[in-house]
Design a protein around this ligand. Structure first.
Ligand SMILES: Cc1ncc(COP(=O)(O)O)c(C=O)c1O
Length: 381
C-alpha cells in the first residue's frame, strides 16, 4: 500500500478533470474579466458560466452568488457584512458551540465591537435544540448562523427545520455548508436559506476559491473595497481559473460517489466499533457521507495518529486548524466529552477516491496499533 489519505475533511485531491478545465485560463484565456476586449470577454464568459453552475447546484438565482477566496472569507463577509449593515439597530447573532473557527473567531471579534452572541448548546450527537433556538431569537437578532455538516463530527443539522423557525421569526439564516456541499442537496428556497457559505477545496476543486450565496434583496456592507467587482460586494480581480475549476468540481460531483462513500464510511464505523471501548462521536444516521470520528478511551488520539502516519495513513485528531494546538476540541467538549475522551479521538475522512482495500488495510492496522498502545497505557491498567 503506497499511502492512504484519510484527511479529506481538511482538503481533497484536485480532480484531473478540474485541473484540465482550469489550465486554459492560465495561458490562453488569461484575461481580466473586467476588460472590454475579446480576451477579457472570454474570461467574463467563463466567470458567468461558472456562476450559473454554482447557483443551479443550490437552486439559487445566478445573481445571488458572490465569488470569494473561500469558506473563511464567505463566513466573514456574511457575519461582518450584516453587522455593518444592521448595527446598532440590531445587535445580536445566534450561532452554536460547534461552528468552524472562521465563524467562532469572527463572532469573538464581533463581541469586541458590542454584538451579543448566543452560542446554542448541542446534544450528545451534536444537534441544536429548536426550542432553545426559538427562545433565543429576539427583535434585536439580525442573524442566525448554524453550520450544516460539522467538519469534526460530521453531524448534519436539519437546516430545513431551522430555516422554518428563522422565517417564522423573521430573522436571517446563514449556514456554513463547506463540508456538506455536493454531498447533501442544498435547496435555498425549500430550506429557507438567506445566506450560504460554499468552498471548492473540499470537493476536489482548487484551494482559495469559494462563494457566498446571498438571497436577492439582502443588504450587506462589503469588507473589501476597490474596483467594484461582484456587484461592489467583493472587489478584486476574480480568480477565473479557480472559479472555473470550482464549477467543474460541482458538475462532476454525483450521487453514485456519495453512495459509495456511505458504504465505506459504515464499514469503517462498524470495524472500529468492533474494537473494545471505542465509541462513535456524532450521529450514526444524520452524518456526512465521508466522516468518521471515534474516541478510543484512554489512548491519545495523537499517539494513534502518529503510529498511523508511520504506516503512511493520514488522519486527523481534530479540525486541521486545531490540530497544531494542544487545546481540546471545542466541538467534542460541546458534545459533553471530558478532555480525556476528547483527546482520545480520531477523525477519519474519506473521499470518492477511497477504496475498500484501503478501508480493510486501515482497519487491520488500527486494531494492531490500539492493542499495542493499550498494552502500554498506564490508564488501562
Ligand atoms: C465547515 C468549514 N467552514 C469553513 C472552512 C474554511 O474554508 P476555507 O479553507 O475555504 O477558508 C472550512 C475548512 O476548513 C470548514 O470545514
Amino acid at each position: 500500500m503506497k499511502s492512504i489519505y484519510f484527511d479529506n475533511a481538511a482538503t481533497t485531491k484536485v480532480d484531473d478533470k478540474v485541473v484540465k478545465e482550469m489550465l486554459p485560463y492560465f495561458n490562453e484565456n488569461y484575461g481580466n474579466a473586467s476588460s472590454q476586449h475579446d480576451v477579457g470577454i472570454r474570461a467574463k464568459e467563463a466567470l458567468e458560466k461558472s456562476r450559473k453552475i454554482i447557483a443551479k447546484s443550490i437552486k439559487a438565482e445566478t445573481n445571488e452568488i458572490i465569488f470569494t477566496s473561500g469558506g473563511t472569507e464567505s463566513n466573514n463577509l456574511a457575519l461582518k457584512g450584516l453587522f455593518f449593515a444592521n448595527y446598532p439597530k440590531k445587535d445580536s447573532i445566534i450561532t452554536t458551540k460547534i461552528e468552524h473557527d472562521s465563524i467562532l473567531q469572527t463572532c469573538k471579534w464581533l463581541e469586541s465591537q458590542g454584538v451579543k452572541i448566543t452560542y446554542l448548546n448541542v446534544d450528545r450527537e451534536g444537534f441544536v435544540n429548536l426550542e432553545e433556538l426559538k427562545k433565543s431569537i429576539t427583535e434585536k437578532t439580525f442573524l442566525v448562523s448554524i453550520i450544516h455538516g460539522n467538519n469534526e463530527i460530521g453531524t448534519l443539522q436539519d437546516i430545513e427545520k431551522i430555516g422554518k423557525v428563522c422565517k417564522e421569526k423573521n430573522v436571517l439564516f446563514h449556514t456554513d455548508a463547506c463540508q456538506s456541499f455536493t454531498k447533501v442537496q442544498i435547496d435555498v428556497k425549500k430550506q429557507n436559506l438567506d445566506l450560504v457559505t460554499l468552498n471548492s477545496h473540499k470537493i476536489h476543486g482548487p484551494k482559495g476559491v469559494g462563494a457566498l450565496y446571498m438571497k436577492e434583496g439582502i443588504k450587506i456592507i462589503p469588507l473589501i473595497h476597490g474596483g467594484g467587482h461582484e456587484k461592489k460586494l467583493r472587489s478584486g480581480t476574480e480568480n477565473v481559473a479557480g472559479i472555473a475549476g470550482f464549477a467543474k468540481a460541482i458538475e462532476i460531483a454525483n450521487d453514485k460517489d456519495v453512495k459509495k462513500m456511505i458504504i465505506l464510511r459504515d464499514k469503517l464505523i462498524n470495524g472500529l466499533l468492533e474494537i473494545e471501548k471505542v465509541s462513535l462521536n456524532g450521529s450514526r444516521e444524520k452524518r456526512l457521507c465521508n466522516n468518521v470520528n471515534v474516541s478510543f478511551n484512554n489512548i491519545e488520539g495523537e499517539a494513534i495518529g502518529g503510529y498511523l502516519e508511520n504506516e503512511k495513513i493520514y488522519t486527523s485528531t481534530g479540525s486541521a486548524c486545531m490540530s497544531h494546538s494542544l487545546e481540546t476540541s471545542h466541538v467534542l467538549k460541546a458534545l459533553g466529552l471530558t478532555p480525556l475522551q476528547s483527546n482520545s479521538s480520531l477523525r477519519i475522512s474519506i473521499s470518492k477516491y477511497t477504496t475498500e482495500e484501503e478501508v480493510n488495510y486501515f482497519l487491520n492496522k488500527i486494531k494492531l496499533i490500539v492493542n499495542k498502545l493499550r498494552r502500554f497505557s498506564p490508564l488501562t491498567k
